[in-house]
Design a protein around this ligand. Sequence first.
Ligand SMILES: [Zn+2]
Length: 169
Amino acid sequence: MIHPIVKFGDPVLEKPSETITSFDEDLKKLVEDMFESMYAAHGVGLAAPQIGISKRVAVVDVTFKYDRRAKLVLIHPEIIKKEGRQRGTEGCLSIPEFREEVTRAKAVTIRAQDLDGKFFEHTGEELLARAFLHETDHLNGKLYISHISALKRDLIKRKIKKLVKAGEW
Ligand SMILES: [Zn+2]
C-alpha cells in the first residue's frame, strides 16, 4: 500500500522514533509499504516517520530498483564509523521542492538489524553514505536542514509557511 508522505511541520518528523519490539508479519508489511511508498515518491530512502509511523525503521535503495541487492532494510540503525567528507546537494521527500548543499561523511558504516532481528554491518560511500546518515537522522527526529546555515534554514521555513497559508503544502 502506498502511503502519503508526511511533510515538514508534522511533529512526527521531529521526535525520536520508537524502538521495535517484535520482528513479525506487521513489520514485514510495514517495510513492504515503505518501499512501495518510496518508489512511488521517486525517493532513494524513506524512514517510517515519513509515513506517520514513529518506529525506528528505514528503507534505502540508491539504485532505484535497478539492483535488487541494493534494497536495504535498516532497523535500529546506528552509525558506527564515518570517514572523509563529501559536499553535495541533498533533498528530502518530506521537504519537497527544496534542495541544499550539505556536507556529509564520504564513507559511513552502519550497524542495524534486518527483518529477522539479525544484526549486520554495511559500509556505504557517496550517495549510500549520505542516505545512511539522512535516514538515521530521521529516526532521531532530525532533518537535513539542521545541517545547513540558520539563514538558509529560516528562508526555507518562511517559504514553507507561505505555502501552508496558500494551501499548497
Ligand atoms: Zn528525508
